[in-house]
Design a protein around this ligand. Structure first.
Ligand code: FES
Length: 138
């Protein structure tokens, strides 16, 4: 679990792609925290090398811990989706949409998600163009 650094920016239409780390820096089925455009993001590399990004803030406990969540899968309408469960109260979220699949008795709250692409081994998170100051988010 390393805090990735913003290294590079590539603007591509509506999105600015912020390079956060190398795919090799991420362990399969483990989360890692990154700061992207001022937002704390939890990155998760799946076994098939897809990388997904959700907000690092756990909306149920108010702490920035989602990268420490438990990665798994759950069947949604007959389709297996990758999930992350809050390390604190075990709420389960669809990593692809951020949707809360199990609020553990609470009112469901979804997670924000970000588009992620892997280009030549570089993991890039897409943010709205213009929302990131060149020079990175520190
Ligand atoms: S308060 Fe949420 S994980 Fe510690």
């Amino acid at each position: 679990m390393t805090a990735a650094q913003v290294e590079d920016l590539v603007t591509d239409g509506e999105l600015t792609w912020v390079e956060v780390c190398r795919l090799d820096d991420l362990a399969p089925e483990r989360g890692a925290a990154a700061l992207v455009g001022g937002d704390q993001v939890a990155l998760v590399r799946l076994l098939d090398d897809r990388v997904l990004a959700v907000q690092q803030l756990d909306p149920f406990c108010g702490a920035y811990v989602m990268s420490r969540g438990i990665v798994g899968t759950r069947s949604v309408d007959g389709v297996d989706v990758p999930t992350v469960a809050s390390p604190m109260y075990k709420q389960v979220f669809d990593l692809t949409t951020g949707r809360c699949l199990d609020a553990v008795g609470k009112e469901p709250v979804d997670l924000r998600t970000w588009p992620v692409r892997v280009v030549a081994g570089s993991v890039q998170v897409g943010v709205a163009a213009g929302s990131v100051a060149v020079g990175g988010a520190g």
